[in-house]
Design a protein around this ligand. Structure first.
Ligand SMILES: [Zn+2]
Length: 479
């Protein structure tokens, strides 16, 4: 078992993460550098994430569609900031069918351009608006330093692309989506996040406004977990997305785009995991419960399995996602470690004594050892398990919230800021100047995360230059 041990978070947080992803069988390295293979257990987790979001998008009027992977190179050159932002990361196809292409094609790093082009063909009048389309798929960005889920060349996501008649509607859409992201993070992923606006230096290439949700990992670094952008008419002008308004005057559309990517899996790992491995929030876990039968003889086995099977059937009928680990070739102790590594929220043990007593043993993944153990009667077990899963979900959110709040500081001086961002976030007044923002980055590697919508009110003095400041911003080292 020794070689199966992963480093503790305190020893080496980065290596703890890398080994956990492999050992929990979430993902693996591919032969193409920087790309990842998402294994079935990781994909099952991703499916639970995507199905929640998909349902939410559809309930708010969005529809799904699919656009091509390859985009003409010239499309990227139509929006100046967009091409500047993305050209270092582009993978370009120059040959097809053994011949050099007349125009190189870009493997999509994001799809604003091709979708903008199509919208210009589809939108004619105000009656055609709004367009609310979501595409699910993968994109490719030539990343140099990669890490499974957090930063890979190819990654999975949805990208929403919407076109509206007015600025107000487009801004409303941007906020509607950010609210959905915040709700997803809080209720499903048990991640407390901060909603706010990115500074100009940190916004998406081509956006007028970028908003984000930001989460704190256990190494106190920030992880941008979702973004929602307002483009104004930037892309509409570049791609000629125009409509005739009610007075028959030609107008440019206002557009948005937004995304949560497979990066969110990295956030879930780093916010909740412990030294034994992954801890998955019950609402997203591929298996919410694992049943481990315990017996020594054939006689015990038949009694134990009869109860274990009955428990399995009952819980499954109650809609609980679960797994029966009836492997013969490994010990119960091995199974405990195995499912702890994979973060299954609740383990049910059924042994000969439990059979006699008419009960089962329950072990919570979020509270290791004796403290997390309890016994429940076999009758009405589905209700006890469902209740316990909700309790685990709530306790993960509370733990992550307490952790985050105890690592957000309000430094009194710039020197103090330099110190606190080494082990937390600073929430500080900022005058809005790019120079002050750049100085913090240069001195500490901490960047502005976002300007939260929730502000204390009033004014203060910029933590860097001392000038008057009208907003507070989060500074943190980030993934
Ligand atoms: Zn300043």
């Amino acid at each position: 078992m020794a070689e199966d041990k992963i480093p503790t978070r305190a020893e080496d947080f980065s290596e703890w993460y890398n080994q956990l992803v492999l050992k929990a069988e979430l993902a693996d390295y591919s032969p193409v550098r920087g790309c990842m293979v998402v294994r079935p257990y990781g994909w099952a987790l991703w499916e639970n994430i995507t199905s929640w979001l998909d349902r939410e998008f559809k309930e708010t009027g969005h529809v799904n569609a699919s656009f091509p992977t390859l985009i003409p190179m010239s499309f990227f050159e139509k929006e100046k900031e967009h091409v500047e932002g993305f050209s270092p990361e582009l993978a370009i196809v120059t040959h097809g069918g053994g011949e050099k292409l007349e125009e190189p094609l870009v493997v999509r790093p994001t799809s604003e351009t091709i979708i903008g082009y199509m919208y210009s063909k589809w939108v004619k009048s105000w009656r055609d608006l709004p367009i609310l389309i979501v595409q699910w798929g993968s994109v490719l960005r030539w990343e140099l330093r990669t890490k499974l889920f957090l930063r890979t060349a190819e990654f999975y996501w949805h990208e929403g692309h919407t076109a509206h008649a007015t600025r107000e509607e487009a801004l409303e859409e941007m906020h509607r989506i950010l609210d959905i992201y915040e709700k997803f993070a809080r209720t499903e992923a048990a991640l407390p996040v901060i909603k706010g606006r990115k500074t100009d230096a940190e916004k998406f290439a081509g956006a007028q406004i970028t908003t984000s949700i930001e989460a704190m990992m256990q190494d106190k670094r920030a992880l941008q977990s979702g973004t929602s952008h307002y483009f104004g008419t930037n892309f509409a002008r570049a791609f000629n997305i125009q409509y005739l308004d009610k007075n028959n005057a030609l107008q440019f559309c206002e557009t948005t785009s937004w995304a949560i990517s497979s990066r969110i899996i990295g956030a879930i790992i780093m916010a909740h995991g412990d030294d034994q491995g992954l801890i998955l929030p019950p609402r997203l876990a591929p298996f919410q419960v694992v049943i481990v039968p315990i017996y020594k003889s054939d006689a015990e086995k038949s009694k134990v399995m009869a109860v274990a099977d009955k428990v399995f059937t009952e819980l499954k009928a109650a809609g609980i996602r679960l797994k029966m680990d009836d492997r013969e070739e490994v010990t119960p102790g091995f199974k405990y470690n195995d499912w702890e590594m994979r973060g299954v929220p609740l383990r049910i043990e059924v042994g000969p004594k439990d059979v006699e007593k008419g009960s089962v043993a329950l072990a919570r993944r979020d509270i290791p050892g004796r403290d997390g153990k309890s016994f429940a009667p076999q009758t009405n077990l589905a209700a006890s398990v469902t209740g316990l899963l909700s309790e685990i979900q709530a306790s993960l959110l509370k733990r992550a919230t307490d952790f985050r709040d105890s690592h957000i500081f309000d430094p009194g001086t710039y020197d103090e800021l330099k110190e606190v961002v080494q082990n937390g976030w600073a929430f500080s007044w900022w005058c809005g100047s790019r120079d002050c923002e750049a100085k913090v980055k240069e001195d500490t590697k901490a960047t502005t995360r976002n300007i939260p919508f929730e502000q204390p009110g009033g004014t203060g003095k910029c933590i860097v230059c001392g000038e008057k400041a009208e907003q507070k911003v989060y500074f943190a080292r980030a993934y």
